[in-house]
Design a protein around this ligand. Structure first.
Ligand SMILES: [Zn+2]
Length: 101
């Protein structure tokens, strides 16, 4: 009998100039709180997708923040040093030399 129940969630159609809302006509395949939903309108699926998008955005944001932090540190470390010297310097090998002394 459940095979006859439609999803019925409100769906969006953006193919026109305005957004058209209509009841989803897909067959409901998952039951949540005594209501049936298709895979796309399954509240748990929507929640999972939302969380995935948020996590992805958080990771992107963290990477960007880290890259700004890095650039700030490089800028501060090079402050007052003439460009000609910076062009010929390798901080990593300088630090290795200091550590070996
Ligand atoms: Zn649906």
């Amino acid at each position: 009998m459940n095979d006859c129940i439609n999803c019925g969630a409100t769906a969006e159609d953006n193919s026109f100039r305005f957004t058209h809302y209509y009841p989803c006509s897909r067959r409901g395949t998952v039951e949540r709180d005594a209501k049936w939903y298709c895979w796309q309108h399954d509240p748990e699926y929507i929640e999972r997708k939302k969380k995935e998008r948020e996590d992805k955005w958080k990771r992107k944001w963290a990477r960007e923040k880290e890259s700004w932090r890095r650039k700030d540190a490089e800028r501060n470390a090079c402050k007052g040093v003439p460009t000609e010297i910076l062009e010929n310097i390798n901080v990593k090998s300088l630090l290795e030399q200091i550590n070996n002394e």
